[in-house]
Write a protein that binds this ligand. Structure first.
Ligand code: 5GP
Length: 240
């Protein structure tokens, strides 16, 4: 497609992926992005909204965990809830991209789904804690690490209490964990302040889309353009 005309594929919920594909038929593989943040930062809601708004662009990886399901959580939706034995089997069989222990439980990212979704051209989002994030970055340096935070520590505590799914001990543990996580924020690539949900969703989408335009991902296009330019101009003598 040479002419860019305003059409439905450029706007709205169909997502930028269609627009991109029409213009540029190479490098359709999805990218990997890690979203971390303090427990209570609103990552879950943020991810849910991002996927609602741009369903074609993203896939959210579903982790395996040994923690108990919270009220309302469903196996295979929020997490795959597994026993310690099952989790350790997954580790032995190399079925996880990464895993970590967090507040006495195992959490890990199953590899198969991530690979499948990236092949299908979707950006895969891993909502994981900081140790896992750094492992993923080491294994796949192209990964973008995003850190989500509420505007203040007070607001973080307020949100944790508002959840009413955890007891006081767990809330304290999570605040202490936040102190440790705050030390690692500068190892991330981007920070997103989740104050207003819609603004934060749009900022995240813009940021993730921009990575698809990195020059390094469009080598074929650049070569083709050079070839075409050379063909079109061969035989022409420069004007003097
Ligand atoms: P929660 O118990 O609140 O659902 O999650 C606790 C922490 O574990 C959160 O910071 C969450 O991002 C992280 N987490 C969830 N899944 C994974 C995973 O697969 N790997 C790692 N490393 N952390 C995870």
């Amino acid at each position: 497609m040479t002419e860019q005309t305003p059409d439905a594929s450029r706007t709205g919920d169909r997502g930028d992926r269609f627009y991109r594909r029409e213009r540029d038929d190479m490098n359709q593989k999805g990218l990997l992005a890690v979203v971390s943040g303090f427990s209570g930062a609103g990552k879950g809601t943020l991810m849910k909204r991002l996927l609602e708004k741009y369903p074609q662009n993203y896939a959210l990886s579903i982790s395996a965990t040994t923690r108990r399901p919270r009220e309302g959580e469903k196996n295979g939706r929020e997490y795959f809830f597994v026993s310690v034995e099952e989790f350790e089997r997954m580790i032995r069989e190399d079925a996880l991209i990464e895993y970590a222990r967090y507040v006495d439980n195992y959490y890990g990212t199953p590899a198969a789904y991530v690979a499948e979704q990236m092949e299908a051209g979707r950006d895969v989002l891993l909502e994981i804690e900081v140790q896992g994030a750094l492992l993923v970055k080491k294994k796949f340096p192209d990964t973008s690490l995003l850190f989500v935070t509420p505007p203040s520590a007070k607001e973080l505590e307020r949100r944790l209490r508002g959840r009413q799914t955890e007891n006081e001990t767990v809330i304290r543990e999570r605040m202490t964990q936040a102190v440790r996580e705050a030390e690692i924020i500068d190892r991330y690539d981007y920070i997103l302040v989740n104050d207003d949900l819609e603004t934060c969703v749009d900022e995240m989408h813009a940021l993730l889309c921009s990575r698809h335009h990195a020059v390094g991902r469009h080598e074929e296009f650049i070569h083709r353009m050079r070839r075409e330019l050379s063909d079109l101009t061969s035989g022409e003598t420069p004007e003097d």
